[in-house]
Design a protein around this ligand. Structure first.
Ligand code: ASP
Length: 328
């Protein structure tokens, strides 16, 4: 776990953040023992999930739409200058260019995504525009940028944030290309939410694997890999080495396992098991999954220790440590 993450984790755990209007303390129930029937419910990956959940919750209260909520939530992370794995401040590819991937989906099968897109501050909102305003599911690269221009999205100057520039300059000294993500350099936000009426939606946004090959796309914008939502069953999202997650259609797999009767926790564990069986060098690969079923039960599991997530319900908004296949 990076020093930065350790620090944030400690400060967040040290001062639990509760949602506005919620007074009762939330006892940090591990996700795998979550109370059935909790609605509404919002889960999101990593420490930045906490402020993202708070924004999502506020939006859900304001508009009543779980889709609005999951979009608003991750927009918070896309603007978070301390996060080097989401948004334009994210670490660049090996050419020094930051490219972004995002996807959004609702439980009725509507979905949209963008990948390998440049100069757009809110790729999640662009993904929603793909879903709502085009007959397509996925638009990538320059085409996505052109679509953004046509839709009136502001086009940002292409400069690395000071922190990203510093990290990139350091990386360039050796320019060691490692197409392997480890537990130090990923922080995608994946968010899944369930409203009081049982409607589900999810969102996922990232700058992807740092120092990736130019044009590389991870799991986050791929429907079924980084995100999958079905109102009849539940929702799942992923973080970690995208290649390992794409190989097993991770989020789709979890939803299908839940459809066959597994609990969200069992489904996440089975997906991690499958991922381990289909990927070599597993000691260098971290991946984590979150799931919610339509009854409001939750699950979380990762390959290695260190994965955590934020869980918001009427009882509060708190960080929960996920269990993992390999033990600490
Ligand atoms: N899943 C992302 C990707 O492979 C990385 C991450 O979770 O940060 O692009």
């Amino acid at each position: 776990m990076s020093q930065r993450r350790k620090f944030i984790k400690q400060s967040i755990l040290g001062s639990a953040i509760f949602l506005p209007g919620v007074t009762s303390a939330y006892t940090a129930t591990p996700a795998e023992r979550s109370v059935a029937g909790e609605k509404p419910l919002i889960l999101s990956t990593w420490n930045h999930g906490l402020p993202a959940n708070a924004d999502a919750w506020a939006k859900l209260k304001e508009t009543g739409s779980i889709l609005d909520a999951v979009e608003a939530g991750v927009r918070n992370t896309e603007l978070d200058l301390t996060n080097l794995s989401v948004g334009l401040q994210g670490l660049p590819d090996r050419e020094g260019i930051t490219t972004l991937d995002a996807s959004i989906m609702t439980g009725d099968g509507a979905c949209g995504s963008v990948a390998f897109v440049r100069q757009i501050k809110h790729p999640i909102t662009l993904a929603r525009a793909v879903m709502e305003k085009t007959p397509h599911v996925m638009i990538v690269g320059e085409g996505a940028r052109q679509f953004a221009i046509a839709e009136g999205f502001p086009i940002e100057e292409e400069v690395l944030s000071p922190e990203a520039q510093k990290a990139y300059d350091k990386w360039k000294v050796t320019s060691q290309y490692k197409p392997i993500i480890n537990i130090e350099n990923h922080d995608t936000i994946g968010m899944i939410g369930l409203d009081a009426n049982g409607k589900l939606a999810g969102s996922c946004t990232t700058s992807g694997l740092s120092y990736k090959m130019h044009g590389r796309v991870g799991d986050s914008p791929i429907i079924g890999a980084g995100l999958f939502v079905d109102d009849e069953v539940g929702a799942a999202t992923a973080t970690g080495l995208g290649e390992s997650i794409i190989r097993i259609c991770g989020s789709f797999l979890i939803v299908e396992l839940m459809r066959q009767g597994r609990t969200p926790q069992e489904a996440c564990e089975e997906a991690v098991k499958r991922l381990i069986s289909k990927n070599k060098n597993i000691k260098d690969i971290q991946a984590g999954f979150l799931a919610i079923n339509k009854d409001g039960e939750t699950g979380a599991y990762a390959v290695h220790p260190g994965f955590n997530f934020a869980k918001a319900s009427t009882s509060g908004n708190l960080m929960v440590d996920s269990k993992s296949h390999f033990k600490p």
